[in-house]
Design a protein around this ligand. Sequence first.
Ligand code: SAH
Length: 474
Amino acid sequence: MGHPLFPVFLDLADRRVLVIGGGAVARRKIETLEEAGAVVEVIARALEPGLAGWAAAGRIRHLGTEFAPEQLEGAWLVIAATDDGDLNRRVHAEASQRRIFVNVVDEAPLCSFQSPARVQRGRLQIAISSGGAAPMLARHLRERLERELDDSLGALAELIEEHREPIRRRLPDTQVRRRFFESLLAGEVPGLLRRGDRPAAVAALHALIDGADRRQSGRVALVGAGPGDAGLLTLRGLRLLSQADVILHDGLVSAEVLALARRDAERIAVAKEAGCHHATQEQIHALMLAHARAGRFVVRLKGGDPFVFGRGGEEIAFLRSHGIDYEVVPGITAALGCAAYAGIPLTHREHSQSVRFVTAHAREEGGELDWACFARPKQTLVFYMGLKGLARVRDKLVAHGRPGTTPAAIVEHGTRSEQRVIVGTLDTLPALARQHALRSPSLLIVGEVAALASELHWFGAAPIGNATDLAQAA
Ligand code: SAH
């Protein structure tokens, strides 16, 4: 396996390119070279009719019938498209010796550059390469893009090129300019060009430019990243991540989700774990404010859902009090993600008619929990918590009358490839958690439904333990 190729687009205008071969393949290459403005010289024993015509008209020069290494002098690129293997190898060797990039058509080992599959819309080009590994795959992608990309993109590229300088002058700040181009592309201009109404497109573009320097203040989006599996992110969350200038993310946000964000967005990790203390929360507020006031689009990316034990409410209250625009994008909260990926239905016609999301940090967050209420049967309890609280939760529930034999499960790293599920009962679970050295983040699910994981699990490793075999606990 070689390295991936280094991608470039070459400016070949008025540069000499040597082509060896005069058949249909050579002709296709020469067409593309001519389009790029290259000065094409050909060495071939025979020229196919099209090429012969071009040579006669002086569009290309037919240097001769036999390849001689001196002909390489002064060439920027060489392409060999002959069916003579020895000749191809010679061309490759002589060109390489002179440090001239060479392509022997369809002979990857004899190429120091490759020509990609490409999709072209005017000046806009998309080049696709598999580095010679799977040319069919590159061609397949090319066909898909051909179907998907509208013809008017060329006109769009041209329109933008014409207005680049005025836009740069009016919007000197790069972030502001980038947002301008985003709204240009998401707005009506591309559609107007698609319909062929260039005057209307130009007018709409001018209106946008006039409006853009008035919209300079930043804003913040609180986005729920879900519990880990990037597939659980919402489409809106994904879109905002691809637009963000700055991303302030929790420790709970998975690397997989972060990888979906705009590449050059500034990423700032703001808290290691849930339940961050006040200093940190204040720093988060200050960061959001500073970046938004600098005109940036800030995505505050939080594990799970921003409004479930995420202090999202405090964050938007702070933004509101400082006059910063905000929006909230919900996420799949850990309870929903972990239950689904562990095969534990949170409600069940026979076993559970309600479900509660409980924080085991209630005391820190203002108030003791209503344990008597939690101890009632036929309900599912989901505890967001550090594992250290586990024995205390068990003691409280049992003391208030929930049987020690009530099934319970812990889901560690839910929805992620390393997910582990441990099934037991209120009585057995703390020992099982210790024995298997469970770590954060972990979620506790208490109720008859927890036992169903043994039967209904489908994701990752099968659950450890079960809710009936009490002997196992000891
Ligand atoms: N806003 C988040 C919760 C933050 S509180 C949400 O809606 O999910 C942090 C707690 O969430 C962790 O201590 C853990 O109990 C739980 N948690 C978050 N992600 C988890 C995951 N992938 N697996 C198990 N528990 C998780």
